[in-house]
Design a protein around this ligand. Structure first.
Ligand SMILES: Nc1ncnc2c1ncn2[C@@H]1O[C@H](COP(=O)(O)OP(=O)(O)OP(=O)(O)O)[C@@H](O)[C@H]1O
Ligand SMILES: [Mg+2]
Length: 268
């Protein structure tokens, strides 16, 4: 529920007129993003969906402060982004775990970098490992875990630094379909117990609708926002949500818009 004090706070993310052009080594340039507008409210869960190459990863990297842009602005919690910050954590598709470190040390890594004492960071990491369902695997190495388990470690690692904002770039796309459904509900469960705001990139329409308060649809050449769909499904979302006629209807709405774009593209 939004109180009047919360409403007065600046949003988690505010992107205004964001434009990005890549110039390749051969001098050819690609307009990756063209005047993109986007807001993520405090505690909101927002997904971005759009065809390959429409600039989703580019946008997420810029919000994460690891890629510069040409014009426009990005504010996080009311502050102009000028680099990475402790209030933002990213979860990647490829897990990006450190293979020579145990699960415990991977999860505690961000705290180590911040100078948190060993026993304290291990305490925090153990709690998070349990909260993502991996108790008992603290001393395992990433290679000993399945993809789904590795991504749970990736999530615990991101949460360890207590970010306000979670940036997720297709985090479940390398994971089998059944495990993916379980990870979706686990992510919502964790999110509902915190005040995290989430910006989540996916190619899966059902995933976007199931997780989100809003789904932002992007188009390519150049990357731009084409539609925003409000997801008015009640929370908590459960397995029953997937069978709700409204869920099916909203997923159909997302597909209708994406399909329109793909058909136009192939006809062009
Ligand atoms: N480092 C780079 N140099 C030049 N062009 C780039 C670079 N990174 C991305 N691009 C181009 O910018 C556009 C957007 O790329 P981006 O990776 O952000 O898309 P995406 O929406 O994340 O795609 P996908 O769904 O395949 O992950 C594409 O046309 C891509 O070729
Ligand atoms: Mg991408």
């Amino acid at each position: 529920m939004t109180t009047s004090t919360e409403a007065a706070l600046p949003p988690a993310i505010e992107v205004t007129d964001l434009t990005k052009r890549y110039v390749g080594a051969d001098g050819r340039s690609v307009l990756a993003l063209d005047r993109v507008q986007l807001t993520v409210g405090r505690g909101e869960f927002v997904s971005i969906i759009g065809p390959s190459g429409c600039g989703k990863t580019t946008l997420l990297k810029m919000v994460g402060g690891i890629l510069p842009w040409d014009s426009g602005s990005i504010s996080v919690l009311g502050k102009e982004v000028s680099g990475p910050g402790p209030e933002r954590a990213t979860v990647f598709q490829s897990f990006a775990l450190l293979p020579w470190m145990t699960v415990l040390d991977n999860v505690a890594f961000g705290l180590k970098v911040r100078g948190v004492a060993r026993s304290e960071r291990h305490d925090v990491a153990r709690k998070l490992i349990a909260s993502v369902g991996l108790a008992g695997f603290e001393e395992s190495y990433p290679r000993q875990l399945s993809g789904g388990m590795q991504q749970r470690v990736g999530l615990a690692r991101a949460l360890a630094v207590k970010p306000h904002l979670l940036l997720m770039d297709e985090p479940f796309s390398a994971i089998d379909a059944q495990t993916r459904l379980l990870l979706q509900t686990d992510l919502l469960d964790i999110w509902s117990k915190t005040d995290l705001s989430v910006l989540f990139i996916t190619h899966a329409m059902d995933e976007a609708v199931f997780l989100s308060d809003r789904v932002i649809i992007m188009g390519a050449r150049p990357g731009h926002v084409t539609n925003v769909i409000e997801v008015d499904l009640p929370r908590p979302r459960t397995e029953a949500t997937r069978l709700d006629p409204r869920f099916v209807d909203l997923t159909g709405q997302v597909w209708a818009r994406l399909r329109g774009m793909i058909v136009e593209e192939t006809a062009a």
